[in-house]
Design a binder for this molecule. Structure first.
Ligand SMILES: Cc1ncc(COP(=O)(O)O)c(C=O)c1O
Length: 361
């Protein structure tokens, strides 16, 4: 389809073209119901099949069994910053948080608003969050250790997870969920706003180990309680049906067309390396993240001047590549290359970067 651009948006982000086409072809009459998926009841068998298939595919992709529960919650990843301490951090306990940038800082802020005992057990703030800290001060009796597995704004990613000695890790995986194989054993809960690697905005996936559900206090508002979602198959109230349907199709694409997380990981490594290979400390393109902590999902870089950065983003757009401006809080440039970003988009970007450097370097 020639009128689609190469989309490097950080989120909402590009979706797999076969998924968009399937939505288009099923939009007016979903599975002979005579209705659109946006018009059918969330209590119908057709929608039940959607949600159950999405849950089953998630468990299969992560190679986990039903000791974990998959929930669909609204309020984005940002609501999870509050729900996690509300549900899983009793006042008698503390939680360790590792601060690796904007989103971890927000998670810490919300736990503090709730007057919970929060310990910042590691941070990379000293170097503007350009690396993943190894030096952690974890306590054995913490309720959980919270990390952000991929830092969308700073362009860093955890490549090995910390050894927490059995304390469950909780991870914000908004920008790298299902982008690589994951050993779920150390994780008590992972969560992700859908709009980067999973689907459209409007739904957040939460995968929680079932034993943690037993710790949820009774005296929380229903909509803020994980057990409300787990007891009702995420259908306590009207869920964002269209967003969940799209997530189901993305999961189907990942499992049946791509062939699972090992395959997508190989593709993601190849894609990221093509761009990172153009970067060096003294070069025209300078990566902002420490090379050992570089993200496979968000490639952040600077050019020799802000003026050149502006021209780079503008000329890229003229040439059919969008979304390359860095986050407004950090400036510079960023290519977000989630699962659905195709190799041909990366190759187009790399060719453009080479010719831009030749002209301006
Ligand atoms: C790592 C991370 N966590 C949390 C969020 C916030 O997500 P939401 O907008 O779904 O609340 C974002 C959004 O970009 C993110 O990248």
């Amino acid at each position: 389809m020639d009128n689609r651009i190469h989309n490097f948006n950080p989120g909402p982000a590009t979706l797999p073209l076969p998924v968009l086409k399937k939505i288009q072809s099923t939009f007016l009459n979903y599975q002979n119901t005579g209705m659109s998926i946006t018009e059918i009841s969330h209590r119908s068998k057709a929608f039940d099949d959607v949600i159950n298939d999405a849950k089953a595919r998630t468990l299969r992709l992560l190679k986990i069994d039903d000791t974990y529960e998959v929930l669909f919650v609204q309020g984005g990843a940002s609501l999870q910053f509050s729900m996690i301490p509300m549900n899983l951090l009793p006042d008698s306990k503390k939680a360790d948080y590792i601060n690796t940038g904007t989103w971890s800082t927000k998670a810490i802020k919300e736990a503090n608003i709730l007057n919970k005992q929060v310990s910042v057990a590691g941070s990379s703030e000293d170097k503007n969050f350009s690396y993943i800290p190894k030096d952690l001060n974890l306590s054995p009796d913490a309720a959980y250790v919270h990390i952000t597995s991929n830092n969308t704004i700073k362009g860093t990613q955890w490549h090995e997870f910390p050894d927490t000695n059995g304390v469950p890790i909780i991870s914000d995986m908004s920008s790298d969920i299902l982008s690589r194989p994951l050993d779920m054993k150390p994780f008590g809960l992972i969560y992700a706003g859908a709009q980067k690697n999973l689907g459209p905005a409007g739904v957040c996936m939460v995968i929680i180990r079932k034993d943690l559900l037993e710790k949820v206090p009774d005296n929380l508002p229903s909509m803020l309680k994980y057990t409300t979602y787990s007891n009702k198959n995420s259908l306590y109230n009207t869920p964002p049906c269209f967003a969940i349907y799209t997530v189901q199709l993305v999961l189907e694409w990942l499992e049946d067309t791509i062939g699972g997380l090992e395959n997508i990981h190989d593709m993601n490594i190849k894609k990221a390396n093509l761009i990172y290979n153009l970067m060096s400390d003294e070069g025209f393109y300078r990566g902002t993240a420490d090379p050992k902590s570089r993200s496979l999902m968000n490639v952040t870089f600077r050019l020799p001047s802000e003026d050149l950065e502006k021209r780079f983003v503008a000329e890229a757009l003229e040439n059919g590549m969008g979304g390359l401006k860095g986050h407004r809080s950090v400036g510079g440039c960023r290519a977000s290359i989630y699962n659905a970003c195709e190799m041909k988009s990366i190759e187009t970007l790399v060719d453009f970067m080479k010719s831009f450097e030749q002209k301006n370097g």
